[in-house]
Design a protein around this ligand. Sequence first.
Ligand code: MN
Ligand code: MN
Length: 273
Amino acid sequence: MTGTARRPIALLGVPLDANSSHLFGCAGGPTAIRQALRSGSGNDATERGVDVIGAIDDQGDVEDSNERGSVADADAITAAIAAILDDGRRPLSLGGDHSVTFPILRAVAERFDDLTVVHVDAHPDLYDDLDGNPLSHASPFARAMEEGLMTRLVQLGIRTANAHQREQATRFGVEMLGPRQLERFDPFSIRGPVYLSVDLDGLDPAVAPGVSHHEPGGLTFREVLDVVDALPAPIVGADIVELNPSRDLVDMTAMVGAKLVKEIAGAMLRGVA
Ligand code: MN
Ligand code: MN
């Protein structure tokens, strides 16, 4: 083990919103979540009483061009995650739009077999094509399934699946659960390593208004925290995406993101010796 093992979780910002649709602004997400983490309004402890901040090493941001459909940006994200994993640590990434998750998963899947991805979102993000951009934030899980990056994809909070996306889910064997079906989520059925991807618009916009696509009728923050708490070890990586600070109200979504950083980091530590 290297000295960095004392900080087993690597926080990585990915300031990229060029693959968004409808609105831009979530390139400012990493900065807003870091500010909320450091705001002094709370402390370093998780709800289970783990002082987690000392376990997190902030790696700064990926350098990206933030150009629409940029393969170079995707490759830079994959390389940054690969470097973290090869250093024996676990990446916790801050988006950015949801396009960042596909290049992240390329690095994770190369190092972990039999991966289960748990994905919280209002949207399935399974479009074969939206606006001619294969790296769109509406398509990361289509690209990931096409490349066979995971054994299971379990989606929670989905409430916008149109006919095309339902077809895609069937084609790829995606397990899609809407807000009314959350109780069907069975964390005990998960075998092997877990990757968690949280799109903040999976939450109800009443608790997380700072997102580009408001979709009322979403999950409560307590429900999402309970999902995080129930995930079995090892959680080998995670991301929190789609915070758009220009849409936020009194930084409340940034604070939701910051609390998720702490609680996800705490859950990740359960699998670390
Ligand atoms: Mn999404
Ligand atoms: Mn979404």
